[in-house]
Design a protein around this ligand. Structure first.
Ligand code: ZN
Length: 563
């Protein structure tokens, strides 16, 4: 069935409420485990219906934020989703106090109950208006960026379209394009400040109402982080500072030399070679066709998966005005369909969509047999292992896209994966500081950003881009606005993905077996347990980072980047 034929109907809140109430009563009144499972399944069916409708709105709204119908539906869902969270919370309360809890734990696993307990902790009816406020502010941020019109090269461009210019071979174009983007953020500084300040305040208010000291632990609980806390993360950041930042400096120096510039400026960071970055040698259709060939050859599982995606029109790849920026993968339960959203711009990022986002999609496609919705996806750090590892497991097919530039691509891919980690911890440390100090002014936040940036990205020099010198670079990092504390996850997963690359070089068959198994487990285990099942070393453990990075540096040193 084609995605365009997937049927949307508005959720009737009253009807949903009645159903939840009657199914929960049925669940509570069950005389035996069999009866209780019947009621449990009815609740799952109801939740799948809600998720299906919500996801259809979110996809169709992001594809075209100017579509009035879905814009309205999106506003409506912003309003009602916190109320629905309340219904689910009621179900969780029934679940954890079930008379047949032992039997249920045996059937569904303990993790579901841990999630339920965390979820109850993070919700109370009295925070519904605050959650609605939070949703509204996030939507404002999305719209502000999606509707950015930047006059460049004689045309109005979207922010997504502008990002390609930051990789131009012509230094002047890079400089001018980056200036224009920075100017957009600077011109809207009051808007961004207002939105973010509002978000920090409302999240802090929610945390206090729920009895937390501040928003930090609430965020960890919202992200269902069952295995580690903010102290563990701080220790991990310290390891990054010790083991990766020196390598970061070395790689940036090499880049400076390779480009032959006096001083590497911020607007040079995205260009790796004076001859140009490795870009795919064809248009979107050509890239997609090569993607089909790649997944056909990779494994029977990926072949089946990718033909499902293309035959059902489950990819929206081209950049358009009014389309939201960035890329994502989501899942539509009642159609058992993953969905991939992207903004192609002619750079190697287009190929990354077919590996990274497709890695997410492949995982959820593999774990769609889990009937419990909580087990479809794991927590975010684990999710990013699937996507980032797929980026490496598809290396043997990169010549399809890059032809004689394949080595260039691989060098850039691997070095930027390493260079990303210090940036990732910058975002993370910043957010910890922000929510531990919710009363500070927007200008204090800007100062702090610059301070943390200098620690982890010591070579960063904004040069002529004066607007970014005021500490507003992070306005462009949507996670900071819409998914607080979801960012360190990419860096944790990257350390795991590196391990898959290393393993695939040693024994490809073994690596694929572990990867497929990890995908099939979905979210049925916690992050630490998933790593164990996939034979991965835990990045939080002292020494893991050091050992993994050493091996990656070895690979990097084998490339002759001067060529
Ligand atoms: Zn991802």
């Amino acid at each position: 069935m084609n995605f365009n034929d997937y049927k949307y109907e508005r959720i009737n809140l009253e009807e949903i409420q009645n159903k939840f109430q009657s199914f929960i009563t049925e669940f509570n009144n069950s005389k035996n485990i069999e009866e209780q499972i019947v009621a449990f399944d009815k609740i799952i069916e109801l939740r799948n219906h809600i998720d299906t409708m919500t996801t259809l709105v979110s996809i169709r709204h992001s594809i075209d934020t100017t579509n009035e119908f879905y814009d309205k539906e999106n506003d409506y869902l912003d309003e009602i989703s916190p109320i629905i969270t309340g219904f689910i919370s009621n179900f969780y309360k029934a679940l954890i106090s079930s008379t047949f809890r032992n039997e249920l734990e045996e059937k569904y696993g303990k993790l579901l109950f841990q999630f339920a307990e965390l979820s109850i902790k993070t919700f109370d009816e009295k925070i519904i208006p605050d959650l609605q406020e939070e949703n509204k502010l996030v939507s404002q941020y999305d719209k502000l960026r999606a509707n950015a019109k930047i006059l460049f090269d004689g045309e109005e461009k979207t922010l997504s379209e502008m990002s390609a210019y930051s990789e131009s071979k012509d230094r002047n174009i890079r400089l001018e394009a980056t200036k224009k983007v920075a100017e957009f953020y600077k011109n809207n500084i009051d808007n961004f400040d207002q939105i973010y300040d509002g978000l920090v305040k409302v999240r802090t208010k929610i945390a206090k109402k729920l009895g937390y000291e501040n928003y930090v632990q609430l965020a960890y609980d919202r992200l269902s982080r069952t295995d580690y806390n903010s102290k563990d993360v701080a220790n991990y950041r310290k390891q990054v500072l010790e083991n990766i930042v020196p390598l970061y400096i070395e790689l940036r120096k090499k880049q400076e030399k390779r480009l032959g510039v006096d001083k590497l400026k911020f607007y040079d960071e995205n260009i790796n070679f004076n001859s140009g970055n490795a870009n795919p040698h064809g248009n979107a259709e050509w890239i997609l066709n090569n993607g089909i060939k790649m997944y056909n050859e990779l494994s029977p599982e990926t072949a089946e998966f990718f033909s499902f995606m293309t035959e059902n029109n489950l990819l929206d790849l081209l950049s358009r005005k009014g389309k939201m920026g960035g890329g994502y993968c989501t899942y539509i339960p009642n159609y058992k369909s993953p969905y991939i959203f992207a903004n192609f711009n002619g750079t190697s990022g287009d190929v990354d969509v077919l590996t990274h986002e497709a890695g997410h999609a492949f995982q959820v496609y593999q774990s769609r047999k889990h009937s419990v919705p909580e087990y479809l996806w794991p927590t975010y750090e684990a999710c990013e292992i699937h996507s980032m590892s797929m980026e490496f497991l598809t290396w043997p097919w990169m010549h399809l896209f890059f032809e004689n530039d394949t080595e260039k691509y691989k060098f850039t891919h691997l070095s930027s994966a390493l260079l990303f980690i210090p940036y990732g911890v910058t975002v993370d440390e910043f957010q910890h500081w922000v929510y531990e100090n919710p009363e500070v002014s927007p200008s204090d936040r800007r100062k702090k950003w610059l301070e943390i940036e200098a620690k982890y990205l010591p070579t960063r020099d904004y040069g002529e881009i004066d607007d970014f010198k005021s500490g507003i670079f992070w306005f462009k990092q949507l996670h900071i606005f819409s998914e607080p504390f979801y960012y360190i996850d990419y860096t944790l997963a990257q350390v795991c993905a590196f391990q898959f690359l290393i393993k695939a070089n040693e024994n490809r068959e073994e690596a694929w077996k572990d990867y497929l198994n990890l995908c099939q487990l979905g979210g049925s285990k916690s992050f630490f347990e998933l790593m164990k099942s996939a034979n991965l070393k835990n990045p939080f453990k002292d020494g893991t980072l050091k050992a993994v990075v050493l091996k990656i540096k070895e690979y990097l040193d084998k490339f002759d980047d001067s060529r």
